[in-house]
Design a protein around this ligand. Structure first.
Ligand code: F6R
Ligand code: MG
Ligand code: MG
Length: 372
């Protein structure tokens, strides 16, 4: 009987160098040391620590299943340790930002960090692609996930491969009500798009292959502003997708990112901007605190180990001239959007701005309005 393995990606912004720009190497070092200890004592099988901009990402494999208190505790304590040992002493910006609670109660969900976890039976060959984005929200995955798992224009396998031809089930979460609905595609494709088009409210929690309900993808769904009741930095989502042999091919998974679609986030979490696919080296926001960026890392999961290209380094999938055009278009769009300044639709709508500091400005004008 092949063993089950759980892939857990838990991430948080616990402070960064030069504003909201980039995680400091010492933060990565402390996180690696802690996870190396957990690997040595057998709690986890393997790990990879990386960052996308100011977000520290802990990718771990283990046999404890989803939502395990020990694994979540490990992540929580790692974020705490990084905050206390590096972010605070170095006075990094927004130290401990995403740790919204002082006490850990067994699961980091609802406490600030983003979580994407899948328990799977490892196939004879198990390629996975891990995405992480900075300066945006979970709804940023709606468009690419729709393309990857529901659009025959993007994913040839939906048409050609008999094991994918039946389609996929999307588990869509209403982040306002905290409810989920399963939509089966292609039959319910139009209903799916009806929901996913509203990116600030409906997000994909996971995708299952219809024929056997095997997990194909899982994403973080945290909306920090809804937990904190105010703007505390953008959610900066992550996503894990299984590839090949009955799942979309790696190339089908990456293809939607050749089109830099508009996402909410960017400066002060209040603007629409293009999602720019970048290498790990360029996963650091600059222009107007952006544009929002996404990295894609490729691994082979081998008996729970995260096999990369050189040592433990993964395949840095957007580190490729094939995405140069997307990056150029992204910067053209970024420039175009910025020329609109603070006018909608460059700026997000009032329902999103409610959680920012803008209401404090508006309240000053309230009494000056006269009836006409
Ligand atoms: C977006 C983000 C930044 C900040 C901006 C202002 O998610 O984190 O764009 O909102 O740099 O930051 P403060 O208010 O901390 O000066
Ligand atoms: Mg930050
Ligand atoms: Mg961030």
């Amino acid at each position: 009987m092949p063993q089950k393995v759980t892939i857990s990606l838990i991430k948080a912004d616990v402070g960064s160098l030069c504003g909201h720009h980039v995680v400091h190497p010492k933060q990565l070092e402390v996180a690696r040391k802690r996870l190396e200890g957990a690997k040595k004592n057998g709690l986890i099988i393997d790990y990879y620590v990386f960052n996308c901009g100011d977000d520290l990402e802990l990718l771990m494999t283990h046999t404890k299943g989803e939502g395990d208190p020990e694994i979540h505790g490990l992540a929580w304590n790692t974020f705490k340790e990084v905050t206390e040992k590096v972010s605070k002493p170095l006075k990094l910006y927004a130290a401990g930002q995403d740790l919204l609670s002082d006490t850990f109660s067994g699961n980091v969900k609802g406490m600030g960090p983003g979580v994407a976890e899948m328990e799977i039976t490892e196939r004879p060959s198990e390629p996975i692609v891990v995405f992480a984005a900075d300066k945006t929200e979970p709804g940023a995955w709606n468009y690419p996930l729709y393309k990857i798992f529901a659009s025959p224009d993007n994913t040839a396998g939906l048409v050609i491969d008999p094991s994918m031809h039946e389609g996929f089930i999307f588990r869509v979460m209403d982040v306002v009500e905290g409810k989920v609905v399963d939509l089966s595609c292609p039959e319910e494709l139009y209903s799916l798009v009806a929901l996913l088009g509203t990116t600030g409210r409906y997000v994909v929690e996971r995708v299952l292959r219809k024929v056997d309900r095997e997990i194909a993808a899982v994403a973080t769904t945290t909306r920090l502003s809804l937990i904190a009741g105010k703007y505390v930095g953008k959610d900066d989502p992550a996503l894990i997708i299984r590839a090949q042999h009955g799942f979309p091919a790696v190339g089908e998974i990456l293809a939607p990112f050749a089109y830099p679609h508009l996402v909410a986030g960017w400066m002060r979490g209040s603007h629409y901007g293009p999602l720019m696919p970048v290498s790990l080296k360029h996963a650091r926001c600059t222009f107007f605190d952006g544009p929002p960026r996404v990295v894609a890392l490729g691994f082979q999961l081998t008996n729970g180990e995260l096999i990369g290209l050189t040592g433990s380094e993964p395949a840095d999938l957007f580190d490729d001239p094939a995405f140069d055009v997307a990056r150029t278009i992204a910067m053209q769009i970024a420039d175009y959007m910025r020329r609109m300044g603070e006018f909608m639709p460059a700026r997000v709508g009032p329902e999103e701005l409610e959680y920012t500091t803008l209401p404090k400005i508006l309240v000053k004008l309230k009494d000056r309005f006269r009836h006409v």
